[in-house]
Ligand binder design. Structure first.
Ligand SMILES: [Zn+2]
Length: 235
């Protein structure tokens, strides 16, 4: 009994230490000027992210696949598309998905002045914020950034997020190629890049199989904000 008690105390102390170093606030990340590509963690968690939507055909299919599998993702919305399909954004928010910004016009931001980057972010934010909580996550189009882009994002309170797994679904490969690429490249803390800004795409069907296969390996699916809670600081 005494030994068991000691073991319990030891366990709680270990758990306390693990929790003490795990997780990082967005504020800390911004201060570190860190761009999140993936999250260092020993937990089998993965974040699926979907860019460029909403699209009238692909987004409803994506949302249906995620509902069927009971998974929440982070959608990096293109605000010019949000203007076309606000009802799909409302649907995504109601379903519990996280909304990030992917700018207004999908211009390559590294070609713009810092002021022009700021304008892209501000315009997108005004449109998205009417339908969803103000986004705090930002994904630059094409994953392209420089110091001016990062500074403009930082000043507006954004954490910049790229990805670590890219099956190039926008090139419309067969479903099985997308699934195979994702399942064979995901590791704990991965951020997977997928798209819903065009039609047709293999993505809705691929999502279901990706979720089934990674779940069978013991993975759980979280939004990018949730993934940051698993960040294990090692310094
Ligand atoms: Zn994009």
């Amino acid at each position: 009994m005494f030994l068991r008690k000691r073991k319990m105390v030891f366990l709680s102390i270990t758990l306390f230490l693990v929790t003490a170093v795990a997780g990082i606030t967005q504020e800390q990340l911004r201060e570190r000027g860190e761009v999140i590509k993936n999250v260092p963690t020993t937990h089998k968690v993965v974040a699926l992210t979907i860019d460029d939507g909403p699209h009238s055909k692909t987004t409803p299919a994506v949302l249906a696949a995620l509902k069927e599998k009971d998974v929440k993702v982070t959608l990096f919305l293109l605000a010019s598309n949000v203007e076309q399909h606000p009802e799909l954004v409302q649907q995504a928010v109601q379903a519990g998905h996280e909304i990030g910004t992917h700018t207004y016009s999908h211009t390559l931001l590294t070609r713009l002045s810092k002021q022009a980057v700021a304008d892209e972010l501000t315009k997108a934010e005004e449109i998205i914020s009417k339908l969803a909580p103000k986004p705090i996550l930002f994904r630059p189009p094409g994953g392209a950034f420089n110091q001016a882009v990062l500074a403009a994002a930082h000043e507006r309170g954004y954490t910049t997020v790229t990805w670590s797994v890219d099956p190039e679904d926008w090139k419309c490969p067969p479903v099985s190629n997308v699934v195979q690429h994702v399942v064979s490249h995901v590791t704990p803390g991965s951020i997977v890049l997928l798209h819903d800004g065009q039609y047709p795409l293999p993505t809705p069907e691929a999502l279901k199989q990706i979720i089934d296969q990674l779940r069978a390996q013991g993975y759980t699916f979280v939004t990018v904000s949730e993934l940051l809670q698993y960040y294990e600081v090692r310094d």
